[in-house]
Design a protein around this ligand. Structure first.
Ligand code: SF4
Ligand code: SF4
Length: 151
C-alpha cells in the first residue's frame, strides 16, 4: 500500500532526511541497485563514472544486497549512506530517493513508496535488473564497462 493519506502528506514530504526514523530512512531506498555498481573517480575532477559491473554482494535479480546487515564487514569499501552525508549525495544516481529528497524534489510515480509495489522500480526500467555485469564476468579494465544509464 502506498504511503500517506488525504489528511497527512507522506513522511518524505514532511520530514528532512535527518528527521526520519530508521524504518522510514530504509524504506526510502527504491531498490534500484544502481549505487552498488562499481564506480571510477577521476583523480583530477572527482567526477564519478559508473560501470555496469555489480558489487559481488548485489543480487542481480532482486537488485538488493545479499548481506545488507553486515555489508560493511563483507565489502570494506561499501558506502553506508547516512543523513550526515547529504551534501555528498551528488555521486548518487539522479533517480535515487536520497538524492531527490536531499535536493528538495519529490519521489517519482514508480517509487515503491508511491506505487505500493516493490516491482514498479523494475517495471519502469530504473533498476539494474537485466543489465548489470556480474563482477566475476568482468575483466581487469573497469574503463571498458563505463556506462551512462545509471546516472
Ligand atoms: S541508488 Fe539510492 S535508491 Fe537506488 S539502491 Fe542505491 S540507495 Fe537505494
Ligand atoms: S556490499 Fe554494499 S555495495 Fe555491495 S551490494 Fe551490498 S550494499 Fe551494495
Amino acid at each position: 500500500m502506498a504511503e500517506g493519506s488525504a489528511l497527512e502528506p507522506p513522511f518524505w514530504k514532511r520530514k528532512t532526511l535527518g528527521e526520519m526514523t530508521r524504518e522510514e530512512w530504509e524504506s526510502l531506498c527504491d531498490g534500484c541497485g544502481k549505487c552498488c555498481l562499481l564506480k571510477l573517480e577521476d583523480w583530477d575532477t572527482a567526477e564519478v563514472s559508473y560501470t555496469s559491473i555489480a558489487c559481488r554482494g548485489l543480487d542481480l535479480q532482486t537488485c538488493r544486497c545479499k548481506f545488507y546487515s553486515r555489508r560493511k564487514s563483507e565489502v570494506h569499501d561499501c558506502i553506508v549512506l547516512t543523513p550526515k552525508m547529504v551534501e555528498k549525495f551528488t555521486w548518487l544516481p539522479g533517480t535515487c530517493a536520497y538524492r531527490l529528497i536531499a535536493e528538495g524534489k519529490d519521489l517519482e510515480d514508480w517509487h515503491p513508496l508511491v506505487s505500493g509495489d516493490p516491482e514498479s522500480v523494475h517495471a519502469a526500467g530504473i533498476s539494474v535488473r537485466g543489465r548489470a555485469t556480474p563482477e566475476k564476468a568482468a575483466g581487469d579494465e573497469l574503463e571498458d564497462f563505463i556506462v551512462d544509464w545509471p546516472k
